[in-house]
Write a protein that binds this ligand. Structure first.
Ligand code: G3I
Length: 350
């Protein structure tokens, strides 16, 4: 893919930007992305992050280079999920996550732990045959063991509970997953309490999707969080995933971030990607994608308690969404208009 001057110039006008992607008009050579400053620098005092995947980190040098230079915080894409890190009873497989934590140390970045209570990627041994009491014991032991393991590391925050709000609010507020079926909504209070006991200083987050703009699902999460605070459950922050399609950034994102922040919590953009919806996106689609990245980063940068923007991956070819060019860098490491837009949004907020 080659970004022609017209696209980047148009984006520059749109964004009032200093950085223009200097691209050859007719060449297979990727555009120079060196014109952009490292985003981890321009994002300060906020963190700029990415979901990090050990498969790509140790096998794709372009990916590794971007990880080394652009980011100040990482979230393991899969390596700390239950099925990977705790595949059998009393068996912990820390190696993949340890490698990411070690890498983050070497590049002076922090980590977001991800995650403990979730309806997906559970190990098969944690299943419906367990009693509520057994599930409670297992949850406490899992959280305590993993948080202890990383206690002396550079973990900034943990997603304690992930995707717990129901998508069918007329049926229930909490999603029907093994954890809520066995332990009820109390599983949230239990998980946060176990986490705080294991580590008194790391930031404890609840994280979800489709709660980014104002609306019923966001209201449901707002009610859950208010209830937690009223009950003195130790929560520090709310994660807004932000997996969006083109042109779908909610207009109320900033307002919604602010109302959670006004509760006295940190907020964070935790899993940002913008799906072009096409396997051969047009220049106009990339321009819209850049605008969408700009909108999300600007919303965060306008909220004092918004501490980080994390993209869910780095390069298009290694995204969980296959073939739709959802991320700020191409598969050859070229900075897309989206990357320029992220820089612009952070700089405009200074
Ligand atoms: O590890 C196995 C491997 O052993 C096996 O050979 C291979 C065969 O398909 O599958 C591998 O597991 C895959 C795993 O990623 C690791 O690559 C799973 O199939 C695949 O489903 C899994 O996808 C992950 C997905 O969560 C699972 O729900 C994505 O990489 C990951 O990006 C995605 O991340 C989630 C966040 O955690 C929460 N929010 C939504 C976000 C996107 O779905």
């Amino acid at each position: 893919m080659v970004f022609r001057f017209s696209v980047s110039a148009a984006l520059g006008l749109l964004l009032g930007c200093t950085y223009v992607l200097a691209t050859p008009a007719s060449s297979a050579a990727p555009a120079a992305s060196t014109a952009l400053p490292p985003i981890r620098s321009v994002a300060q005092p906020r963190f700029f992050g990415a979901a990090l995947n050990s498969t790509f980190l140790f096998n794709d040098p372009i990916y590794t280079k971007l990880a080394e230079t652009q980011f100040s915080i990482f979230t393991p894409e899969n390596e700390m999920k239950w099925e990977v890190i705790h595949p059998f009873p009393n068996v912990y497989n820390f190696t993949p996550a340890d490698e990411l934590v070690k890498f983050s140390h070497t590049v002076n970045a922090r980590m977001r732990g991800h995650n403990f209570v979730w309806g997906s990627q559970l190990a098969p041994w944690v299943n419906d045959s367990l009693t509520a009491t057994e599930m409670d014991i297992i949850l406490k032991e899992h959280i305590t063991t993993i948080m202890d393991h990383y206690k002396k590391d550079n973990i900034y925050a943990w997603d304690i509970v992930n995707e717990i709000v129901s998508d069918t609010l007329n049926v229930s507020t909490f999603k029907q997953i093994l954890w809520t079926q066995k332990l009820g909504e109390e599983v949230v209070a239990k998980a946060f309490t176990y986490a705080r006991a294991a580590n008194p200083s790391v930031k404890l987050y609840i994280n979800d999707y489709s709660i980014e703009g104002l609306g019923p699902k966001s209201d449901a999460l707002f009610g859950i969080v208010q209830g937690m605070m009223k009950d003195k459950i130790p929560i520090d922050g709310v994660g807004f995933q932000c997996h969006f399609g083109l042109g779908q950034v909610p207009a109320t994102l900033q307002q919604n971030l602010q109302r959670f922040a006004d509760l006295g919590l940190d907020v964070a953009i935790t899993e940002l990607d913008i799906n072009t919806g096409s396997t051969s996106p047009t220049d106009a689609m990339f321009a819209q994608q850049a605008q969408d990245y700009l909108s999300v980063v600007s919303a965060c940068a306008a909220v004092k308690r918004c501490v980080s923007v994390t993209t869910w991956g780095i390069m298009d070819n290694h995204s969980w969404i296959v073939g739709k060019d959802v991320l700020p860098w191409t598969g050859t490491g070229e900075a897309k208009p989206a990357a320029t837009a992220i820089v612009q949004a952070f700089e405009a907020a200074k």
